[in-house]
Design a binder for this molecule. Structure first.
Ligand SMILES: Cc1cc2nc3c(=O)[nH]c(=O)nc-3n(C[C@H](O)[C@H](O)[C@H](O)COP(=O)(O)OP(=O)(O)OC[C@H]3O[C@@H](n4cnc5c(N)ncnc54)[C@H](O)[C@@H]3O)c2cc1C
Length: 455
């Protein structure tokens, strides 16, 4: 065999797995067909957060007036922002490649596909490996409607030559919400078009309702319960037709309508690696596919599609295979954020999920952050704890408000350790902060899940 391990995909999961395995002195090969660092670094978390931050500066310039600053906000230069973003992404690409090189992995800048269970075609070259990891990530998908090719996907949004004046975003998952906030903060009129009654399906109901308020306060036009059926181009304009017959005129249609695992054309069918009905590779808790020497991790398995999860899986597999440290990772209490304006962060169960297991005490606090007492901006924060009544453990923490992701990371440690409401209560707050609300929630807002428990 040419390699002890061959990794297909140089994204968050693949780079970590290849680098740690090579560090254990193994012969490791890794193939990347598009960009080192994968989705997160190139067309995901990192450039997205830079664009969110660009929008924040504009809002801060407006807010500063309430604090006595005589600032006049000028126009925003989109081309300058994208050039600065590209420079930073190029720098990160280089770092990822160097990490692999320095660890001693052999790098292939090519597409890899299976020839047989131990042999790959890598850019026309045959390579064999004892163990193979599929870490190919996923792709954004458009709705299958006439004129879909007239719309863009998230990959394109990072390279738009100019900022559109009007954008219609289709979808209400986290990518749709984040880009709605970005475009609105940079001055565009944004229409957010989605099928559900509320955005962010799967998130806690109080968060979803608070988000609707926040999107409205940002001037984003919401179109819940809407089903687009066609896109047409009329000159520079795009016309979106809905199932109900009415039309929406815009400059840019943005499909934020989900992602699909990148398994097509890999040759998985001919080597007996099972995929599910959406094309995701099926794995067990040790990331093994239906072929015991072939593993899959990260977004291609379509379980919890987050960079830190992909990285943790890559590291755990390298330790298990070559580090004499067999281990898995837990997908319980994984904190996550939506970089909306203001951001959302969450850890553990929603109230609705927790209530299915029995009665829960729910604590909710809504308030105007101190900063906005002076800025005059209409912005409210919401934070919430869900506590299992029987064990008194905090099983869910949710927040919409400035710095929510920074705050939630610390709370996640407490939750992973099994903190109870009493542990939160005996923790002294930091004053004056929004975070202190999490340790001063004394009055229960409601009890949920009682009826279910009594059944
Ligand atoms: C717009 C956006 C924003 C996001 N924001 C966040 C965020 O804020 N926080 C967060 O945690 N997550 C975020 N994510 C999700 C995060 O990017 C993914 O969970 C993460 O990148 C998954 O890592 P991965 O290694 O599984 O896949 P990827 O990073 O997608 O890497 C897969 C790599 O494999 C390569 N590849 C595919 N097929 C082949 C082949 N046959 N041969 C060779 N190479 C191949 C691809 O080119 C790609 O580089 C975001 C995603 C998007 C799209």
């Amino acid at each position: 065999m040419d390699f002890d391990l061959f990794v297909i995909g140089g994204g968050s999961a693949g780079v970590r797995c290849a680098r740690i395995s090579a560090g254990y002195g193994k012969r490791v090969g890794v193939a990347e067909e598009r960009f080192w660092g994968g989705t997160c670094v190139n067309v995901g978390c990192v450039p997205k957060k830079l664009l969110v931050q660009a929008g924040e500066y504009g809002a801060w310039a407006e807010d500063a007036v309430g604090f006595g600053w005589q600032i006049k906000k000028g126009p925003h230069d989109w081309a300058k922002l994208i050039a600065a973003k590209d420079k930073e992404i190029n720098r990160l690409n280089g770092i990822y490649k160097r990490l692999l090189d320095n660890a001693g992995a052999k790098i292939f800048e090519a597409r890899a596909t299976f020839i047989d269970p131990h042999t790959l075609d890598v850019g026309g070259q045959r390579v064999t490996a004892e163990h193979i990891v599929i870490a190919t990530g996923g792709h954004p998908v458009r709705l299958p409607i006439p004129g879909a090719e007239l719309g863009i996907i998230s990959d394109d949004a990072f390279y738009l030559p100019r900022m559109p004046e009007r954008v219609a975003i289709l979808g209400s998952g986290y990518i749709a919400i984040e880009f709605a906030g970005i475009f609105a903060a940079l001055g565009a009129h944004v229409d957010l078009v989605y099928r559900q009654p509320l955005p962010l399906r799967g998130f806690d109901m109080d968060l979803r309702e608070s988000l609707v308020e926040a999107l409205g306060a940002q001037g984003i036009a919401l179109h819940p319960g809407s089903r687009p059926v066609k896109i047409e181009a009329r000159g520079d304009e795009k016309v979106l037709t809905f199932g109900e017959g009415h039309k929406l005129h815009t400059d840019l249609v943005f499909f934020a309508t989900g992602r699909t695992p990148a398994t097509r054309g890999l040759g998985l069918d001919k080597i007996g690696v099972a995929t599910n009905d959406v094309g995701a590779v099926v794995v067990d808790h040790q990331l093994r596919t239906s072929q015991p020497h072939i593993y899959a991790m990260g977004d291609v398995t379509d379980r919890l599609n987050l960079t830190p999860v992909a990285i943790a899986e890559g590291h755990a597999l390298a330790d298990t295979l070559f580090g004499h440290n067999p281990r898995g990772i837990s997908l319980r209490n994984v904190p996550t954020a939506v970089f909306s304006t203001p951001p959302i962060a969450t850890c553990g169960l929603t109230e609705e999920q927790a209530a299915e297991h029995g009665p829960v005490d729910v604590y909710v606090s809504k308030f105007t952050p101190m900063r906005h007492a002076l800025s005059g901006r209409a912005r409210r924060s919401m934070l919430k704890l869900v506590v299992d009544q029987a064990s008194q453990k905090v099983v869910g923490a949710h927040m919409l408000g400035e710095d929510a992701p920074e705050i939630m990371q610390g709370l996640a440690i407490a939750m992973v350790m099994g903190a109870t409401k009493a542990d939160f209560d005996r923790t002294i707050g930091i004053h004056p902060t929004a975070a202190e609300e999490f340790v001063t929630l004394r009055t229960r807002t409601r009890v949920a899940g009682v009826a279910k428990a009594a059944e």
